[in-house]
Design a protein around this ligand. Sequence first.
Ligand SMILES: Nc1ncnc2c1ncn2[C@@H]1O[C@H](COP(=O)(O)OP(=O)(O)OP(=O)(O)O)[C@@H](O)[C@H]1O
Length: 319
Amino acid sequence: MNATVIETRGLTKRYGPTVAVEGLDLEIRKGEVFGLLGPNGSGKTTTILMLIGLTEPTSGELSVLGLDPRLTPLMVKRQVGYLPDAVGFYDELTAWENLRYITKLNGLPAAEADRRIGAALERMGLARVANQRVATFSRGMRQRLGLAELLCKTPQVVILDEPTLGLDPEAARDFLALIRQLKEDGITVLLSSHLLHQVQEVCDRVGLFSRGRMLLTGSVEALARQVLGSAWRVHLEAQPAPSDPEGALLRAALEQVPGVRLVQAESTGHWRVDAQQDVRSELAQAALGAGARLIGLTQARPGLDEVYARYFQEAADEA
Ligand SMILES: Nc1ncnc2c1ncn2[C@@H]1O[C@H](COP(=O)(O)OP(=O)(O)OP(=O)(O)O)[C@@H](O)[C@H]1O
């Protein structure tokens, strides 16, 4: 198993009477992409700020790359790239000049800085606009420039606060693809977002936050299984046999497939099947066995939005 890169135990932050983060136990391993997910005000930013030593925890333990950000904030900052939700650049300088300025502040020798800046801009798809003033950049380009800035530090860990905020769907998808590339380089990524459906594709694991507490953690599939009781969803289109006009036989056949949890008629000839594992071929066989004409079978993963909504609905019902 990969080394633990970020670890917290009972991490808590209070602002006067407000509990921003309470009793957070977190363990993130090298090369993981971990998503802190939850609505506005649930404690994601405060968690991030504690991890990079920008705010003091009220109590609890934390370690980032084996260091305590309370004791050695500069050493942590040197190895951890942090992209806040609003990235600030000098609008009148070009992309290259902005990065050059920052690398100079970080004490990087000029030749090495030029090499890293060139590579980072290329990697972020900004090489063509390297000499363009940042004032002319879209929000998506600024975000990519923010990531390029982080890469100049050759960080081991990258922490991104709401990285897709304000991006249109295409720019958001592109940005998430860049995050996936960081993982391929062995960089550990922690990102926060309230856009559950958007980040679920890119995260190996997620922690769902609510009111300062991380209530659920795991892979999207594990959470779906835990909360919804199933992790696979298949949409099946079939015309029942002429002798089974209501589709009752077809439905019974689908229900009998091992692993199937729920079969629901969505509209005439359309069925939704929730299952514990991939049962597509078994469903196809069952449909044919019931004399139906199989028209189509598509698979969709239940989304985090649904997990989140169901989990909090159940918690509210219990309360
Ligand atoms: N400096 C502060 N002083 C007082 N209260 C604060 C401070 N920073 C955050 N809080 C409170 O702590 C709670 C958690 O806020 P936090 O910013 O961590 O949430 P978040 O999940 O990152 O939300 P968002 O998505 O809106 O950034 C909120 O109730 C917030 O009002």
